[in-house]
Design a protein around this ligand. Sequence first.
Ligand SMILES: CC(C)(COP(=O)(O)OP(=O)(O)OC[C@H]1O[C@@H](n2cnc3c(N)ncnc32)[C@H](O)[C@@H]1OP(=O)(O)O)[C@@H](O)C(=O)NCCC(=O)NCCS
Length: 161
Amino acid sequence: MNIPEQIFPSDPTRLRTGSWQELGPAAQSVRHAVFVEEQRIPAELERDPADAGCLHAVAFDAQGRPVGTGRLLPQPGGVLKLGRLAVLKAWRGRGVGQALLRALLDAARAQGAREVMLHAQQSAASFYLPAGFEARGEEFMEAGIPHIEMALALRPGQGDA
Ligand SMILES: CC(C)(COP(=O)(O)OP(=O)(O)OC[C@H]1O[C@@H](n2cnc3c(N)ncnc32)[C@H](O)[C@@H]1OP(=O)(O)O)[C@@H](O)C(=O)NCCC(=O)NCCS
C-alpha cells in the first residue's frame, strides 16, 4: 500500500468513538484485515456478539477510510476490558495505536470506570506499559496466540488495592 505521509491521521478530529451501530462496519473492516487476514485468526473467533454492548473507537485517514480500531467491553464491578485493538499494517508505528488507546482510556475515565484490563498478545505487551498498564498472572493461550493479562487502575485507593 502506498500511503503519503501527509495524510497521517493523528489529528484527533479523525478519531471517533461510538456504538457498534455507528462504527461497526468501519471497525470490522480493520479487524478483518488485521486479525483474520494477517494473523490468521478464524473469522468466527474474531466475531463476537459482545460488540453490540461495547464502546468502539475508530481512526480514519484523510479520505475517511478506517485505519485502526479498538473497543471497551463492560465487565462486572466497574471494570472495562479493552480489546480488538488493531491498526492496519501500513499505518503502524505512526501513533495511531497510542491515539486509540488514549481515546479509549479517556472514555473509560469519563464513565467513572474503576479499572481497565486487557488480554495483551505477549508480543504487544510493551505497547501498553507507557500508559501505566501492569502485567498480572501467568501467560495463557487465546486464539492460538500467547497472551498476558494487564490492568490499569483508574481509581486507586477505593477498595481495590
Ligand atoms: C499493537 C498495535 C495496535 C500498535 O499500533 P501502532 O499504531 O503501530 O502503535 P503506535 O504507532 O501508536 O506505537 C506507539 C509505540 O508503541 C510501540 N509499539 C507498537 N507496536 C508494538 C508492539 N506490537 N509491541 C511493542 N511495542 C509496540 C511503538 O514502537 C511505539 O513506541 P515509540 O513511540 O517508543 O516508538 C499494532 O501493532 C497492531 O495492530 N498489531 C497487530 C494486532 C495486535 O497485535 N493487536 C494487539 C493485541 S493485544
